[in-house]
Write a protein that binds this ligand. Structure first.
Ligand SMILES: Nc1ncnc2c1ncn2[C@@H]1O[C@H](COP(=O)(O)OP(=O)(O)OP(=O)(O)O)[C@@H](O)[C@H]1O
Length: 324
């Protein structure tokens, strides 16, 4: 179990971590999401022992994780941290870069293991290519193989897939997280990409201004978002005044709805006019101007013309539980 107890940390007078507590059972994957600057990278650095906390304690099992004031060489042997800066050696091959991170084992074993790691990152054809000739995304994949090489007990990843194109990303994510589960590796990762979190995290920590404002499963977070901030980290989301749904209600509340949850139907109770239809591949995203001036997004199987009148419907059981 990885445990954080009431962590506080400031850079000069800027409080970046504010009373952070959470725990991660061994083998679980936790994702940290939140707007830029909310403290995600700082929290990962703290877990790795790179910071001297103002208050609070971190533990892996019973062992306390201490900062640089107590540990001349930060980072524990059982933990690996993949940051946004990588430590690749440009003038040697991909294979040699990976082998440098393997524990001392016999040459044939080390070769097999390096090829296993190359397969996970889907870089077998680049085994003998010098790292200096790789793209940013390819370098990121080699850096991933390096942190996996010694089978850490805890893996910390900061935006691990941000340079990798969508085509490669999906396969890579499945490979990496499967490998981590199979090897019971605890993983904490920070991301801006909601697909990383929705598909691959057991739990999600939502951060805002240095605090954790939600700690729950991705399904719970998506289906029952705490507020507009949380929902907007996961998907496009509409914030529609409650009076559209409940005319007598005088509370200044809103209903949070994802575009796919709003249906177009001839006798719908919300009306508006189409601004623009965007083709997304699977369907269309339609921008709609509601009668009282709000602009919302809905999904549709068909495109609509500009200025076309449109009527919309949302199940009461759905909007009722999304009033915020
Ligand atoms: N070395 C530093 N010295 C001073 N302030 C810093 C330092 N590193 C980060 N900060 C500040 O701490 C805050 C949190 O930064 P952090 O990098 O943890 O955010 P983040 O959530 O990871 O952001 P992003 O998603 O953009 O990577 C920001 O206000 C940032 O400017």
């Amino acid at each position: 179990m990885l445990t954080a107890e009431n962590l506080h940390f400031s850079y000069q007078n800027n409080k970046v971590l504010n009373n952070i507590s959470f725990s991660v059972p061994q083998g679980e994957h936790v994702c940290i999401i939140g707007e830029s600057g909310c403290g995600k990278s700082t929290l990962l650095k703290a877990i790795y022992g790179l910071l001297d906390l103002d208050e609070g304690k971190l533990f892996w099992k019973e062992k306390q994780i201490l900062g640089p004031a107590y540990n001349l060489i930060p980072g524990e042997a059982y933990m690996k941290f993949l940051t946004q800066e990588n430590s690749l050696m440009p003038y040697i091959s991909v294979l040699e870069n990976i082998k440098k991170f393997l524990s001392r084992q016999q040459a044939t074993q080390s070769n097999d293991r390096a090829h296993e790691l190359l397969a996970i990152i889907d870089m077998e054809t680049y085994a003998n290519t010098k790292v200096k000739f790789l793209s940013g995304g390819q370098k990121q994949r080699v850096a991933l193989a390096q942190v996996l090489a010694k089978l850490p007990k805890v893996l910390l990843l900061d935006e691990p897939f941000n340079f990798i194109d969508n085509f490669k990303k999906n396969n890579l994510r499945r490979n990496v997280f499967r490998y981590l589960k199979n090897n019971n590796i605890t993983c904490v990762f920070a991301t801006h990409d909601s697909t990383d979190m929705l598909g691959f995290a057991d739990k999600a920590l939502v951060m805002k201004e240095g605090r954790i404002i939600a700690n729950t499963t991705p399904e719970q977070l998506y289906n029952n978002p705490l507020n507009y901030y949380t929902a907007s980290l996961l998907s496009e989301v509409n914030k529609i005044p409650l009076t559209y749904f409940d005319k007598k209600n005088t509370l200044k509340k809103h209903v949070l709805l994802y575009p796919s949850e709003i249906k177009e139907t001839s006798n719908g109770f919300i009306t508006g006019q189409v601004i623009k239809s965007y083709f997304t591949g699977e369907n269309y995203l339609i921008e709609v101007l509601l009668t009282r001036g709000e602009v919302i997004l809905i999904t549709s199987q068909i495109p609509y013309n500009k200025q076309e009148k449109i009527a919309l419907y949302v199940e009461e059981s759905l909007w009722n539980k999304r009033i915020r």
